[in-house]
Design a protein around this ligand. Sequence first.
Ligand code: GDP
Length: 483
Amino acid sequence: MTSIADEARLVFDNFTDRTASIFNPHLRLGVTGLSRAGKTVFITALVHNLLSGGRLPLFRAQANGRILGADLQEQPDDAVPRFQYEDHIRRIVEERVWPESTRAISELRLTIAFESAEAWRRMLPGGKLTLDIVDYPGEWLLDLPLIDKDFATFSAEALERARLPSRQKEAGPFLAKLATIDLDAPADEVTARDLSVLFADYLKACRADTAALSTLPPGRFLMPGDLDGSPALTFAPLPVEKGKTYPKGSMAAHLSRRYEAYKTVVVKPFFRNHFARLDRQILLIDALQAINAGPEAVSDLETALTDILACFRPGRSSWLGSFLTRRIDRILVAATKADHLHRESHRRLEAIVRVMVDDAVARAKFSGAKTEVLAMAAVRATREATVKDDGEDLPVIVGIPAAGETIGERIFDGQSETAVFPGDLPDDPRRLFDPVDGVAAGSLRFVRFRPPKLQHSPEGLTLSLPHIRLDRALEFLLGDRLQ
Ligand code: GDP
């Protein structure tokens, strides 16, 4: 229930957060993106670089020597899991494997001690910014539009999508089971569970590498967090008629009630308790995966971006807008894993993301927050080189492919360095959306590289993790709060 007490508590929380921030500057940074976009790697690299005074020339406070130190602090929210920074960094740096990805919400608090950039303020004691980083699956945001939809509307839209020719293979088993369901028959739990499992399998199959489709609510079916198997997730769309009342206890009535419960006990609390308290947001996207899956996946990613951006500026009369007292004022949309491309293609990747974001901003009628785009690698696992190919210089990237990765016939053992020509991105970003003249699926070559070995400075000091433009991201997200 959206109880008045809950709404009052939110206003009170925001009020106390704000009052506290006058004396102790405080920033809640949301980190989101669809599964495997790079959230865990980004947060780990960001914290590591802050704690170890990393090489961040474009992050001005650091470059100018005004950061006096950064420290991890105790997790402020008892009910939210802590982001397991220590485990993740150990895996990347010591074992040189990628950490486990985000599966649910988690938080990490750190403080950054800094000296002000302004001469008069330097007479005062140094400043301290408390930074709360909130990591959560982007899939959960795709649930916001469900709040205003009844079961019949949700079902009609979900089934229309499932019947698209391009989803035939993935949706087949679910649609076959659905055809056997009698809406008026008494509900039975085994059928409800089988149907919801097949529906979730279909949604997950659409997220698999080859299809890479993004816009598939309900979000918890893709990323259940700790709700896997719970009754609130045991439902699926049914071909119910809008406005018709189905017999009490029937399959249609039962799943309709479950759907309403999903909104009440799962979707609303997330937006109220976590989302509504963010100040800034970084949205990570794996544009390369979508590009490599073909034009449909690119358009689909853009639709997901539109839906996600719409969450950050809800209309005042909407459910979320009606109690949102705090506004996210900066949003960074960052294409991750730029180290899979040669530097020559970074500008093109950024141009592609810019087109997607501009379209999404226009479609979501989004305004008010400062929005920036960036192509970045939170951890740079490759270096660049040039090889001769038929007398021509070919720009390549060099790294150690993870064990089991393949290129053609070759299977890698996770030990040897290899040069890869990843392919070119088109100069005109619009070509990626073109189903006829677009970039064909599979035309880029990606392998998963192992995280890099840490380098040493000439003085023998261990350097922090290398990155591509992580410093520009930090400058945009935090720079003005460290003045
Ligand atoms: P999450 O689901 O958003 O938390 O995604 P992760 O942060 O776990 O990233 C998923 C995978 O993408 C990782 O296991 C890596 O293989 C890859 N990845 C993420 N960020 C980077 C990066 O900066 N560089 C490289 N080379 N790979 C990355």
